[in-house]
Design a protein around this ligand. Sequence first.
Ligand code: PMP
Ligand code: GLN
Length: 382
Amino acid sequence: LDTKFPKIGTTIFTVMSALATEKNAVNLGQGFPDFDCDPKLVACVNDAMTHGLNQYPPMTGVPALREAVADKIESLYQYRYDATSEITITAGATQAILSIILAVVRAGDEVIVLEPCYDSYIPNIDMAGGVAVRVPLTPGTFRPDFDKIAAAITPKTRAIIVNSPHNPSATVWTREEMLTLQELLAPTNIVLISDEVYEHMVYAPLQHLSASSFPGLAERAFIVSSFGKTFHVTGWKIGYVAAPAAYSAEFRKVHQFNVFTVNTPVQHGLAAFLQDPQPYLQLPAFYAAKRDLFRQGLAQTKFELLPSEGSYFQCVRIANLGVPEKDLSEADFCKWLTSEIGVAAIPLSAFYADGFDQRVVRFCYAKKDETLKLALGRLARL
Ligand code: PMP
Ligand code: GLN
């Protein structure tokens, strides 16, 4: 078959996880926990399954789950979405983002992405026939550069994708940055796609600032989140989109003919589990301890640490390491690190369409303490 998407290859996460398995390396590459979820959550899903909740749910998701999501958003961000017309349950954030883009972006429309960015955004824009307009986050700090963003806006700009907490840089947008974005978008019709999958992983003294809590953003935003991240179940592939009714209606046109709906017992299980806010309220303290353990270990090495304000990622500069492999490309360095040192990481260049290489790699610390200690022992050799 002649290829429709010649530029799309296998994702870096698949490549590095396969290499980690082959080399028996500690996998700090692909972002997923190596520990299990709360057994109560499994019991909730099991309960739904054994009580016959196994047929198609409504297209937009099980009502109790949509209500629970609306309640969670209201309690955290003081904005009430209507559970019937404004919340849709999706097969993870990946499906949500593609469906939003297909629902919004017409052929030739421009979509601003801030690089480095999650690897599905640009291929998704391509699939919709749109044009990705790549604006770099400030090199070194990864803060948004609003002059550059403003300069990228044209009459063809249909949407902008923002991701805070950010994968891969682990930065979290400040109130000032959110307000500046709101001001910048105010005179436009630009749609905001706000990827907030790491919303519950922001470390004190910072807090997550959802686009839903800024009226000028909420009115134009699709908010995307993922239960996979929040409840340590990345393999369940379930999340949601919250958006104004008119936006949700357009989104649902794609959603219904894409997946139609999402598996029933997991939705019921999550609805029951969400009645207790403690699991997600305790997440920052849980991951902050892992982050601190990992950073303290890395501080003993020649890796130069970048901040990790949110998400479960830690980026490091490799330029000062005491091994000649520090001069390899980020991608080759990660392969070497996996094969020879036994720790898998992700090159930041994988998050840039042009493969920009700034001598930085990403580790994921969503791992058992013993896994992190094993990796740190190996990294100490560098
Ligand atoms: N957006 C970002 C920024 C992510 O890091 C991820 C997961 N790696 C996703 C979206 C996709 O989430 P899901 O697994 O729920 O599809
Ligand atoms: N979001 C995960 C990461 O950034 C990977 C998800 C995937 O494998 N597609 O590591």
